[in-house]
Design a protein around this ligand. Structure first.
Ligand code: GTP
Ligand code: MG
Length: 195
């Protein structure tokens, strides 16, 4: 898709009602600080429309970015941020759960995992939960630029094994710094929204 116009159209907090969109959506899930907002900026060719931060817990709402009035990129709040109170975590968890469960337009879910680290118990829970909701997530292994090229195959294998991914699961190594992987993710999104 050639991006002509992007616009943060809807921001949902824990108490907001989710929008009843009619355009197809793709969503980005992953633990706090894994690079969801950075990936969304890279996909939109915008430096900082999606707010990013070195401090985890930046995105605390579900943000719907309208692309060309043709589809939405959905930035989900990160899970697993230790400094957030349990009650807050539970609220966000419910919010993500509710979105994945009720969206009628959600076509594809991307689950982001830091390529340098073995998936956490929360990552595995999220993966299983996405599958349970009937989606086959695409795994995006983020922060590729932080690895030496020789380390990549071993780390990809660790991500696959840590999540116990279903055979045939697509894993895309990605870097928001070099933009490697961007085209492949757009191809998957175009296909998902029928573009
Ligand atoms: P929350 O909103 O807290 O859930 O985090 P997030 O998943 O949206 O992460 P965000 O995009 O804000 O990125 C977190 C930090 O990682 C920021 O300091 C980014 O600059 C950095 N980062 C994200 N992607 C990459 C990448 O591909 N390479 C490198 N080197 N740093 C990255
Ligand atoms: Mg974010």
């Amino acid at each position: 898709m050639v991006i002509k116009e992007v616009n943060l159209e809807t921001v949902c907090g824990v108490t907001s009602k989710l929008p009843e969109n009619t355009l197809p959506e793709v969503a980005f899930a992953g633990k706090s600080n894994v690079g969801k907002s950075s990936l969304i900026n890279a996909l939109m060719n915008r430096k900082s429309l999606a707010r990013t931060s070195a401090q985890p817990g930046k995105t605390q709402t579900i943000n719907f970015y309208n692309i060309n009035d043709a589809m939405y990129l959905v930035d989900l709040p990160g899970y697993g941020y230790a400094k957030v109170a349990e009650s807050e975590k539970a609220k966000w968890g419910k919010m993500i759960e509710n979105y994945l469960h009720t969206s009628k337009q959600l076509r594809r879910v991307f689950l982001l995992i830091d390529i340098r680290h073995d998936p956490s118990a929360n990552d595995k829970l999220m993966y299983d939960w996405i599958i349970h909701q009937g989606f086959d997530p695409v795994i995006v292994a983020t922060k590729l630029d932080k690895l030496k090229r020789s380390q990549v195959p071993k780390c990809i294998k660790a991500v696959k094994e840590g999540l116990k991914v279903k055979p045939g699961t697509v894993i895309v190594p990605f870097s928001a710094v070099t933009k490697q992987g961007r085209e492949e993710i757009w191809q998957i999104m175009d296909e998902a929204v029928g573009y």
